[in-house]
Design a protein. Structure first.
Length: 254
């Protein structure tokens, strides 16, 4: 093997990944020179990377400032991979059993910034149900999944979240007081689950728990219409906890 050629290939791959991460950090368009500075590469090398990403449909050029920004293709590719993650595929039969046992919708999500992004959805087959789809994003302060994921923040991280993210009332029931939300998050850690009652969508109740999936923290929720859900709340919570136990027994979560 040509060691020099191998090293150049590794460096090129690393710079391509650095380019993607630079846009994530900036959260804004970057000029070619700004991008080169961000990834610590010569302008010529950066230009070659940009041309390749543009040709593959991952970057587009803005007219103003001669800026560059990623297209949605990167997100779509990542979503497609996430939907077919072999570990998530193995979890699906267990989650389907939870849906069938309770008659309610099951959702698996991860945190992205200050939102909860749905990775997998197994909808209830009831006529009146909580309906959603993979890839949908929910506010992290109002949905049960969002709040479960937010509960992993320590106080400093939570205060930083409040500073950049006003607690907007998604519904009349959304908790918009930071201290009240913090208390609920701490209580959820003691209880092992968190509830959203019409806080994100009126007349929808959901319970969420946290899972450690391959070292990544994900949220698992069971959601349905208020009237039916409240009548079966304890049964639904027990079924959700039993599902987590099953996932652990099968070595799918920690």
């Amino acid at each position: 093997m040509n060691t020099a050629k191998s090293g150049a290939s590794v460096r090129a791959a690393a710079r391509a990944l650095d380019t993607i991460e630079a846009f994530a950090r900036a959260a804004a368009p970057l000029s070619l020179s700004e991008l080169a500075g961000a990834i610590g590469a010569p302008l010529s090398s950066c230009h070659a990377i940009v041309r390749t990403l543009q040709a593959r449909g991952y970057l587009y050029a803005l007219e103003r400032r001669r800026g560059l920004y990623p297209t949605r293709k990167l997100y779509d590719v990542a979503q497609a991979m996430a939907r077919h993650d072999p570990l998530l595929e193995r979890m699906r039969s267990v989650l389907a059993a939870l849906r069938d046992a309770t008659g309610e919708t099951v959702v698996l999500a991860r945190r992205e910034g200050d939102e909860a992004v749905y990775l997998d959805v197994l909808e209830s087959d009831q006529t009146i149900r909580y309906a959603t789809h993979p890839g949908e994003k929910k506010p992290i302060h109002s949905s049960s999944l969002g709040k479960a994921l937010l509960s992993t923040d320590d106080r400093a991280a939570f205060d930083a979240f409040l500073a950049r993210h006003p607690l907007l009332p998604i519904t009349p029931n959304t908790i918009v007081d930071g201290e009240a939300l913090w208390r609920q998050l701490q209580e959820s850690k003691r209880a092992g689950y968190i509830v959203s009652r019409s806080e994100n969508i009126v007349d929808v109740v959901s319970i969420a728990v946290l899972l450690d999936v391959g070292g990544e923290t994900l949220g698992l929720a069971l959601a349905g219409p208020t009237g039916r859900y409240d009548a079966q709340f304890d049964r639904n919570l027990a079924a959700l906890r039993s599902t987590v136990d099953t996932l652990r027994q099968q070595g799918l979560v920690r």
